[in-house]
Design a protein around this ligand. Sequence first.
Ligand code: ADP
Ligand code: MG
Length: 257
Amino acid sequence: MAIESTMTEPKIEVAALRKRFGDLEVLKDINLTVEAGGVVALIGPSGSGKSTLLRCMNLLVAPDGGRVRVGADSFDFGNSGQLPPAKTLARFRANTGMVFQHFNLFPHMSVLANVMEGPLTVRRMPKAQAEPLARSLLVKVGLADKADAYPNKLSGGQKQRVAIARALAMEPEVMLFDEATSALDPELVGEVLQVMRALAAEGMTMVIVTHEIAFAREVADRVVFMRDGVVVEEGPARAVIDTPREEATRAFLSHFH
Ligand code: ADP
Ligand code: MG
């Protein structure tokens, strides 16, 4: 096997990825790479396969074929559609933090316990180590004072920031955001985008599915436009958003002006 340089290879690599649900081909030969520290915004109409692509990238969904690599963990699905063994899968998912539109916090646990849960159970970290880690992440997302609160006492924006802290507690190499602000009241969107912006500035490798086009233009290095399970256009964020090459991209972006 060839020895590859870890200095220059992309942090995330998706190659020839395919996924179908019954007769519906949701992902048709998707290729995508993200450099270490890169931020890619994934945009496109509803139903174009954005969520399925993210779910395949952290193996929540088993691709029907192709390859997914995040950091040193690589899976070639060939034509099998088989997920790797549970232990490998858990490690892969922990390394690939995911934040959803709906926060999925554990309602019966405090904010601090929510953030500590992954390190304690998946990483088997001692409590004496997990607690300071969780507290430092709550500081990072601006919620140090909410450590003992329960999720039902938080606003949507606060819940989503806890969800981000919870994903970060696994110390992932990459973060995937699936419409993290879409379920929020408009006045709460900014505080979540601010946390995402800070993560990007720190050098986190991120893939962000978003309808916040101005945010994508500002924070992402690259924009990928998907429609009907294919990547229609991709390039530097400002170029794609300001001067799209493809008619389909122009048509989609015209809804946001
Ligand atoms: P997007 O996130 O871009 O809106 P999705 O990836 O959620 O798109 O969905 C792409 C297509 O796949 C849609 O037509 C959706 O209905 C379909 N789909 C997604 N998940 C499933 C599933 N688990 N079973 C069947 N169809 C699905
Ligand atoms: Mg979606």
